[in-house]
Structures are given as structure tokens and as C-alpha cells.
Design a protein around this ligand. Sequence first.
Ligand code: SF4
Ligand code: SF4
Length: 426
Amino acid sequence: MTATREAISRDLIRQCVQCGLCLSSCPTFRLTGSELDSPRGRIFQMDLVRSGEVPSDDPDFRQHMDFCLGCRACESACPSGVQYGLLIEQARATIPDPRPPAGVRLLQRAVTSRRLMRLFGLATRSYQKLGLQRLARTSGLLRFLPASLRQADATLPALEGGLLAPRLQTATPARGELRYRVAMLEGCVMPEFMSETNRATVDVLAANGCDVIVPGKQGCCGALHLHGGDPETARRLACVNIAAFESSGAEYYLTNAAGCGSALKEYGHLLADDPDWAARAAAFAERVRDVQEFLVMAGPVATPGPVHARVTYQDACHLAHGQRVREQPRDLLRAIPGLELVEMANPDYCCGSAGTYNLQQYDASMALLDEKLAAIRETGAEVIAAANPGCIMQIAAGARRAGMEVKVVHPMRLLADAYARSRPAP
Ligand code: SF4
Ligand code: SF4
């Protein structure tokens, strides 16, 4: 038997009664029709590795674990309350030497340090704004790059601003009466690639009576590492964030990225065996909210002006399945006058982004994206709202490729726009 790096919990596996009710909700099962690519089949394989009947470096085991999106749609479907998200993290952590492709390794390394991420952002912005991206695309140079880097190039959004991404203020005062003091996670990718979404989020919170702190010593949430089989790095990053947010003195810790929110809410579990951090991690997780979840809980007080647009909302997997936040973003959008919210078929089906899945499992990711774009097309929507940077970039890249004239934005940008329209002109 091959030594495992971390154990798979027998108790978590035993929660599965093998009823198969999750199968039709699983995107990889829908793609392949293979039980081995279904939640039930994967849990069965995890049990074989846990018991030592199959070594954790078995190539088939690895292939079926790698092919899982980690979308957690199976959790929403499961009547037995199986915590599949925890199981797949544990299963991946047993696989020795995960060796993700070049583009993923680069990203995993960059996000561990804000300085490296800033350099990564500068390099990416220079690549786009100095015309190198256009040159690489038109000259055919891209075909000499590894597939994961080619896909990263295709997914890159048009970056706003100059060579350096604008920074958020460390403190933004509430407009009007102070109701809450909140601290916001900037994220690792968001400040570089979607700074306008972060600014919109701060603006919406301030308009709703929140003092918004952006703790200076925060870092990446660790989700990329946790889902990639590296819980040690995820724990290290979690400790950095816990200390940074504790010092903010805020009542709530907010994020606008579904994947990050899901990871932050699980810090209590991630550090449960660490005597120095377990209690702090549990207390931290209690305060975490998705920004839309928070706004509906707090009750918005700002008045939105009209935004005339036909909008469809894509449920990010880690918001709908991971955090069970489905209605709040829709409620906020419906409150905008003039905005027509239309539902696509299966809005909680994964778009194929799934962290770095689109860089690692290109064909499957594109098949799911095509399915998503077809559902969007049916709605006739001109705007797609999604509350996760990965979904926004994936759907926008797919729409560009398909020649669809649509905008893909975070709901916070629509809300900030609506608030701006209700303010008197300066
Ligand atoms: S994960 Fe849940 S739904 Fe799927 S087979 Fe197991 S018990 Fe049934
Ligand atoms: S996480 Fe998603 S892809 Fe993986 S088994 Fe569950 S439903 Fe299927």
C-alpha cells in the first residue's frame, strides 16, 4: 500500500448510502455516462483507497478524481447530506505529487504572495496593453505554448485601467447613517483582473450604511490549493487571513467571490485539528458572508435608479451548492427598476470554469460551456450576471468565441450602476 499524505474520512464516506440520486445532477456523469465519473462512483473509489485496496497513486483513481469539477452539485442533490466537497479535497490530498499543468502551477505559486500577484498582474497587463497579446494571437505564436497557457490567454478579460491595477482604499466610510462595520476580502485575482468589481462592491456597501475596511495583510483564501490537493498551503494562507481580519474589528467578513466565500466559511473545518488556530478559525468562519447574502440579511437602504436591461443570472456552483445562496442575488437584481430578470434553463449547472478546471480539462470544460451558452442564448438576455470571477471570465470568453453580443458582469456592478443613477448629478 502506498503511504497517503492525508487520510480520507471513513465517517464521511459512510454517509453515502449509494442511492444514486445524485447521478443526474453530476456534470461529468452527464458527459461520460460512466459510473466511475459520478459522485457515487468516486466515493466508492475513495473508499478503496482509504482501505488500502487501491494505492492512492493509482493512475485510474487519479484520473477520475482530476476529472471531477468540485462543483458540489451532488451535495445539493444528496438526501443523505454527504459532504462531497470535503471528501474530494481529502481524496486529492492523498495523491502523491499532484503535478498540475504549467499554467496552474504558475497561478498557484503567484497567488500565495501579494507581491508576486502584483507582478503577475503587471506582466499580464503589459502583455495585453502593449499589444503583445494581439501579436501572439495573430502570429500563431500561441500554438507553441502549453495548452493550459493557451486556455489562460483565451480566458483573459479585457483589463481596465493602465499597467498597474487601481487599489482599493483601506477604509471607506459609510454614506449616511452607519449601520455596520465590515471587512472585505479583495481576493488574489480580483484586484488584478476585476478591480472594477471590487470597487463596485465597496460602493454598494458604503451606500448601504457600511464602513468598509480592506485589511492590508490579507491574502489568497487558499481555495486553489485546497482543491488542488495541497491543504498545507491552504492552512498557512487561512492563518494569515484570520489574523488580518481579526485585527479589523469588523462585525462581518465579506467576499464577492463565490469560490473564496466557500473556502472562508470552511476555515473552521480546515484548522479543526490545530490547537492554536481551531477556535479562531471557527470564530472567523461564523462572521463570513457572501456580500449578497449580507445585503439581503441587512436589508438594503439605498435606492436603485433604473437600469434597462434583460438580465439572466448564473448560479456560481460555490454560491448555490457550496453556500446555499440562491435567492439573495436574484432579490437584489429584481429590486432594480427597469431590469428584467429572466431565468435560463438549469442556471445552477456548472459553466466549466471550476477554479483551474478549464486549464486542466479543456474538452470537458468547453462542452459544459457550450451547454451554458446555449441556455443563455435561449433567454435573449443581453447581460449575464454571475457572482464569481471564474464564471465571469469563462462565460465572457465563451461568448466572445461564439460571437455573442452580451456583457458578463458581477451583480454588484449592476447594483452600483443602479445606485449611481439614483444620485443627483454633481
Ligand atoms: S452521494 Fe448522496 S445521493 Fe449520491 S449516492 Fe451517495 S447518498 Fe446517494
Ligand atoms: S463535485 Fe460536481 S463533478 Fe464532482 S462528483 Fe459532484 S457533481 Fe460530479
